[in-house]
Write a new protein. Sequence first.
Length: 325
Amino acid sequence: MRILVLLLVFAGSVLVPVSAEEPKSAITIVASGDQSYFLGEEIVLTGTNEASGTTYLFLVGPNLPKNGAYLLSPTRPAVSGVPESFVGVPANEDTTWEYAFPTNNLGISAGTYTIYAVSQPKAKDQLSGGIYNTVSIIVKRPFITAELAPSPIIRGQPFTVTGYAEGNPDSVQLWVIGYDSAVIMRTTVHPDAAYRFDLDPSTFDYTGNGPYYLIVQHPMQNNQFDIMAGGEFVKNLQRDEGMVGSGNNVFKIFGEGSLRGSDTAHALMDALNEPDIDDTYVLITAEVTDSGSVPQETRPTQSPLGFAPLGALVLTLGIAVWSRR
């Protein structure tokens, strides 16, 4: 509660009210930017601390411990008197402090959160009369959009898949799945979140009539693709069989006995929907036609790659092409 103190000064017969300034806080905290962030972004926290040599940070928000959580592992509660349950940031000689808060792999949902900056290792229920300050942030879930042009695909003509991948991923991955073929490729996401794939006869098998399933995969907040092709299989990299990092074979996408067409697309989406996978995706179902408007020529973002001979897998410059005819 703020108390306004009035000092009444007699100046002749006039009473002049004078308000006292509110005292400056001994600790401050500011979050960079507009205080709205996608999971996976880094939040730079800065402030001053004139009360102690260390600023103790903890997090409060939806589904977290009610008296605060450890900033880097929000399932752990912040415990008063236990410095290790807080992120401690030492102050500089001029009393300023700074901390880069990584929001990848936090395991929190979208919502509004409050970050506390405290002069001592004290949780929320022990802050009465203490020296602290707060900043609120909005956390958003990354997402992806995709658009095919032209639609339907014109046999033998170039086409593009474009969209936006919010959340600052380095790249996105495109799977183009037909009945007898599969194409896997990546492209860079630009600073404005836009991306673009250009496909033509060198990277796409036009012989089938479709449907073709175009799945654009976003790596989400850990900025790594958890579902990838490795050899003849699609692998879940969050699960290991034997050697660490080798991943678990989910289904066969290339070679004899591999899945085909819609079975491949549905198996891929099932893998991306697994609880241990944070990747997200968008699906476009496309047909191939022999006529239609021809799109204007565009500069390709991927180097041309010819179709592999029967039974061969080509992995070059991030593009995988397979023909199962």
